[in-house]
Structure formats: C-alpha cells, structure tokens
Design a protein around this ligand. Structure first.
Ligand SMILES: *Cc1c(COP(=O)(O)O)cnc(C)c1O
Length: 351
C-alpha cells in the first residue's frame, strides 16, 4: 500500500501467473505451454526480421497479419482484431464491450483473469456455478445480462462445449455480447469462428500461445462483427498504437503459413493426452474429459497439494489452485512431450 496510489489501484487484486523457473532443469507442466518448438518457418521469419528495419515502427494496424487471419478463418480483415497475447485482447474486450449496467456472466470456476479485469475496469459481474460434473451449463446463462464470457474448452477443467450448444445460447441471447475464449480450441474442439457471420454479438478470441507454441511472442486475436472489432480498435488506439512489434507480426504470419507443422504438433499432444489420461486412471486418479492441452485430475485418497509438492521434489511442476474450495483437491497438468508424460507417470508411481 502506498498513499500515492490511486483509489482503484489500492483495490486491485492482480493475476498471479504460474511459476517460470529461472535456473533449475525442471519438467514444466504448470502453465500450459506447448512442449514442442514453434515451426522452423517462424524462426526463419524472426531471423529475417532482425534487421536494420527495427529502427522503424511496426505497422500499427498489423494489416498483413489481419489479412492472413481473415483468409485462414474465411472472414474479412475488418472482422479481425489483434493484440499482445489474448490477455490484452480480453482486457480491451472487458473495457470496450463487457462493461455495461447489467451484470457480466461468467463461470464460477474459470480463467482467473476474468475477475481481475472486472476489478480493473469496474465491471459488475455475476458468477454462474458449474454443474456437478464441473461442466459449464449454458442453460443457466439464460438470464438478463450485460454480456457473457466463457472459455471453450473451459480452464482449468479442460471440458468442451459442443458448437450447437453455443449456437443455441446465441439464438436465445441476442441483446448482449457473447465472448468465447478459445485459447485451447485447436486441441480437439470446433471453433465458434464459423458462427461469426450469423451472430453480430459473437466475439471469438484465440491465441498463438498454446497450439502454435508461441507464448513468448505474445500474439492473440479476436474475430467478430466489424462493429465489435471497431469498439476494440477504439480502445487499442486510445492505449497503444503499436501493440504488436515487428517480430510478433512476422512470426504469427509465418505460423499460419505452416499448417502441416501445426496439425502434426497438435496431434502429438492429443495422442499424449490420451495416453496420460489412461495411465493416470490406472493409478486411481479421476480425470475430467479434456479437449485441451492439459488434464484436470484428482485422487480419491491422495492430497493434491501433497502430490504437487512431491512432484516438485522430483523436478516436475504442475499447477495447484488452493481456491476455490471445489477444486482445491485437483491438479492441472499440462500435456508435455511423450517423454515428459512418461517421466511424470514414473514419478507418480513412487508417490
Ligand atoms: C492461456 C490463456 C489465455 C491467454 O493467453 P495469452 O498468452 O495471453 O494469449 C487466455 N484465456 C485462457 C482461458 C487461457 O488459458
């Protein structure tokens, strides 16, 4: 606390990211990064970008990236917004579209940045409980609201909603913005991007951090009706004209041009996820069905925090959330390389 802080800063409770260890050789299964490197084409594009040109500002509108994303998703560039990671895209979305008189609805157990943005932008929100299988129940969102946001698949549970349930919600909920945060959609879900032309109140947000192995580059984007995109551009251009630097723009374009590499690396993770789920179940864990690059697991006898600490002693880090109470006996384990998954199972067997 400092008496120099503004009132709003005194009241914030900032997001706490998972640990990024600096020195030790750890198997990092705690922040849902991709265990495989980015496409070699991305690395080549970045090397090319390291030039004399860095003295010049990047394209403030990231036109080449927007066009590439538009082509990829069969939309037009004015239906695309890009930002520094999807976290920044989400932040602008809360400020531009989700701060309304009526409450914003989001799942009680979900991405923990949502309540943080509500605090930062003073957004009035109502948390909707998950059902008893820890699934999002979209029927419960059929109430008066100023906006709806949920991840699909949900975080940290990994559970996926089928596209037709999202379509049904959009049929019912036409008066406020519905945001689908698709950080993990490439690991087995169907994107709502295909619904953007049918529903002018739908915004789909994705990231290059997980399925494209580019968490370090910080690129995220939103797809939606041009009026929604315009709202985001107004906030962005009142905040930072050049959020995406030259590397981010060039690297993201190159990633989209290597479809084969992308599909292969997603498939490897999906295969390891299935293997890991089976092995954990053999060891007595309950594993929620996951369509993401992580598993959300609990053990009927072993304490989650205890498991997490024992793994840490054997140089493996996973994520344990102490809050809320309903998930305090769960661990969120990122799917690593097949070898890392095997090492995890070897350690688990000794606990
Ligand atoms: C990882 C994640 C993001 C943020 O990703 P960026 O690295 O900021 O692009 C957004 N939403 C959810 C649900 C996530 O898990």
């Amino acid at each position: 606390m400092s008496r120099f802080w503004s009132q709003i800063v005194s009241k914030l409770s900032p997001y706490v990211p998972g640990e990024q260890p600096k020195t030790e050789q750890l198997i990092k299964l705690n922040t849902n990064e991709n265990p495989y490197p980015p496409s070699p084409k991305v690395l080549a594009a970045l090397a090319q970008e390291a030039s004399e040109q860095l003295r010049l500002y990047p394209d403030p509108n990231a036109e080449s990236l927007k066009q590439t994303l538009a082509d990829y998703h069969q939309l037009s560039p004015d239906q695309v917004f890009v930002g520094t990671g999807s976290d920044e895209v989400l932040a602008h979305t809360f400020q531009a579209l989700l701060k309304q008189d009526k409450p914003l609805l989001y799942p009680e157990i979900s991405y923990s940045f949502y309540p943080v943005y509500c605090g930062l932008y003073e957004v009035n929100a109502e948390k909707i409980p998950l059902n008893d299988k820890l699934e999002i129940d979209l029927e419960a969102y059929r109430i008066d609201n100023g906006g709806i946001i949920f991840p699909n698949p949900n975080a940290p549970t990994g559970q996926l909603l089928p596209l037709d349930q999202i379509r049904q919600l959009l049929e019912f909920n036409r008066k406020s913005v519905v945001v689908v945060d698709e950080a993990y959609i490439d690991f087995g879900g169907q994107s709502a991007a295909s619904l953007v032309n049918d529903y002018p109140n739908l915004l789909v947000i994705q990231t290059f951090s997980k399925s494209r192995s580019l968490a370090g580059l910080r690129v995220g984007f939103a797809l939606g009706h041009r009026d929604l995109i315009d709202g985001l551009e107004r906030v962005k251009n009142s905040f930072n004209s050049y959020p995406l630097d030259r590397f981010a723009q060039a690297g993201a374009v190159a990633a989209l041009h290597d479809q084969r590499y992308f599909e292969q690396s997603c498939q490897k993770i999906i295969d390891s996820r299935q293997w890991l789920q089976q092995q954990l179940e053999n060891l007595g864990f309950n594993v929620l069905p996951s369509s993401a690059n992580f598993l959300f697991v609990s053990h009927p006898e072993k304490d989650a925090e205890q498991i997490s600490q024992s793994l840490r002693e054997q140089s493996i880090i996973v994520r344990h959330f102490k809050q809320p109470a309903e998930i305090s006996q769960y661990l969120r384990i990122t799917v690593g390389t097949q070898q890392e998954c095997e090492q995890l199972i070897t350690c688990m067997k000794t606990l």
